[in-house]
Design a protein around this ligand. Sequence first.
Ligand code: MN3
Length: 214
Amino acid sequence: MEQHYPFSLPPLPYAYDALTPQLDQRTLRFHHDKHFAAYVDNLNKLLADQPEYQSWSLEQLCRDWCQLHDDIRQGVRNNAGGVYNHDLYFKTMTPTPASTPSGDLAGAITRDFGDLQSLKDTLKATALGVFGSGWAWLTYDREGRLSVQKTANQDTPLPLCPLLTCDVWEHAYYLQYQNRRAEYFENWWQLVDWPQLSETYRLRRTTFPRCPQG
Ligand code: MN3
């Protein structure tokens, strides 16, 4: 998201029913229109009377939240992270997924995980291992090395650059899957937009120009 205050809610990049049966319309409506929107609104409210931070990019707010004034520090940490994480989450799912990565990314997955199944197994174990609310990530560093990370609450993996993320807050799946996080993960995995991720990774020197590791 290439912007600063006031932030706006990015539209869902596909129709609300486009990801069925893996994610149903009701789940997407609540997740995007209520939860994601609330993070955007709350972040704007926190920054409304903080002109010195209104030029900060979303990445900067997420990465450097510890430098903010005491009274807004934790709120910005939570809500800027909520905006950043959900933006990536919705953008990296697609109604017309391809089953495999290609190009540089395919090579990097082989190099760093062995194969795609091993990456999936690691990411799944990480997603299922998040205690409470959080996120499981596929990230890359300055050298393009891939790794799987987890973060709690709405924390981001910055300064590692995120490529893909699975939201394992219950609000991401509870309406459709109740407590079945593993089933949600398996179905979410089917929606991953590998062509887009492959292109992002190919362009990694320029895709995240503000990312210190990029
Ligand atoms: Mn969420």
